[in-house]
Ligand binder design. Structure first.
Ligand code: DX5
Ligand code: ZN
Length: 222
């Protein structure tokens, strides 16, 4: 199932509730929340307090992408604030198996995230323990960057890796996805498609989400 996951990083932070409602009307399947700590990535965003307020504005699953060091210290806070999905970077989690197990024990879907330069082999031992893998198609830290084309082949290789192990793991992709490349991203096997500036940078998030969704579903209908 292909879903559009608007990233609120590019939204108007003074009107987050309205921005999310517009994306929801446009057919968003989840809301992607980028959490940055100024250590793991060179940017600062939001934490559990804001997430808790967002939880009251939407029934869509809240997909928390933690770009922070020591993610274990904050899992419970994000789960209590209303996260439905929590993903952590394999590069930031020292004891990844413990981390994803804790996420599941907290009642959330657990995701492992790979940076563009991290090879798929880093997933080999953890794949049976996660619900989804988030492949970064930009270097994490900022919205509005260009899609790194080699991510397409990486999606296909991950899809093969998942099916060769007969696992039920969803592939999410994040960074630089727009109307031009979303069909290719889906054709290569991505299922949850994060889009920040392509949704919130155009002035009409509802129409932008709808257009992305149409483009994304096209390859599946032929
Ligand atoms: C980058 C974030 C992305 C970002 C995507 O670190 O993880 O979720 O908001 O934004 P766009 O779609 O503009 O690349
Ligand atoms: Zn993200």
């Amino acid at each position: 199932m292909v879903e559009i996951a608007p990233s609120i990083l590019s939204a108007d932070f003074a009107r987050l509730g309205e921005e999310i409602a517009a994306a929801e009307r446009g057919g968003a399947g989840l809301i992607h929340v980028d959490v940055m700590d100024g250590h793991y990535v060179p940017n600062l965003t939001i934490g559990p307090v804001v997430l808790k307020s967002l939880r009251r504005t939407t029934t869509l699953p809240l997909d928390c992408h933690l770009m922070i060091t020591n993610p274990d210290d904050y899992l419970e806070a994000f789960a209590n604030a209303g996260a439905d999905m929590i993903s952590v970077h394999v590069e930031a989690a020292t004891h990844l198996h413990r981390t994803v197990t804790t996420i599941r024990q907290l009642g959330c879907k657990a995701g492992a995230v790979l940076n563009p330069a991290t090879p798929l082999v880093a997933l080999e031992e953890i794949l049976p323990f996660v619900d989804y893998v988030l492949l970064m198609s930009v270097n994490p830290g900022f919205g509005g960057q260009s899609f790194i084309e080699t991510a397409l082949d990486k999606v296909t290789r991950l899809r093969d890796m998942i099916s060769s192990h007969s696992l039920d793991v969803t592939i999410e992709i994040d960074g630089g996805v727009d109307l031009e490349n979303i069909a290719a991203v889906v054709r290569h096997g991505a299922q949850w498609i994060v889009a920040g500036s392509a949704v919130f940078g155009k002035g009409d998030p509802e129409a932008a989400t709808r257009a992305l969704r149409q483009q994304a579903l096209q390859p599946l209908s032929v």
